[in-house]
Ligand binder design. Sequence first.
Ligand code: K1U
Ligand code: ZN
Length: 167
Amino acid sequence: MALLSVLQYPDPKLRNKALPVTVFDDKLRQIVDDMFETMYEQNGVGLASIQVDIPQRILAIDVSDSRKEPLCVINPEIIHREGIQYEHEGCISFPGVYEKVERAAKLRLHAMDLHGKSFEIDAEGLLAVCIQHEMDHLDGVLFIDHLSRLKQERMRKKLEKIRRQTF
Ligand code: K1U
Ligand code: ZN
């Protein structure tokens, strides 16, 4: 396994769109293993392949308290949405900043596993937020895009301040 380098905002590669996975082989298994290792190391609840510069439709997710319930999601599609939730989100590509984002409260997800087998799950709460946040990444959409211009500008300034203090 290997730790992958996570792209940081405003890297233009975060705006790339991912293509569907068509080959389910050892190389894909290696990518997924590396994504989980990277997500756990960053204390994230999710990671999208675009964040590690792999433009294929792959998500690593684990919203469990034990951090031992990995969910590998390939070629995801939301087939049903219901209600609204408005919760704080973070992003490994924007370290140190958090904002509330409006998302569907519940959803039904159709996806494939590591072997190319289709499955469906119902999600709500943090899992539903995480799936929507990560699926946005696959289309080059970032959580900042859901905010007002004013909040976007505030977030950019806060990020600059954090980076000045870090380096
Ligand atoms: O895509 C990413 O950068 C991962 C991101 C996803 C996320 C989804 C839903 C809510 C918040 C964040 C993270 O995991 S950032 C880590 C984080 O903020 C967090 C950690 C534990 C619980 C909730 C959020
Ligand atoms: Zn993110």
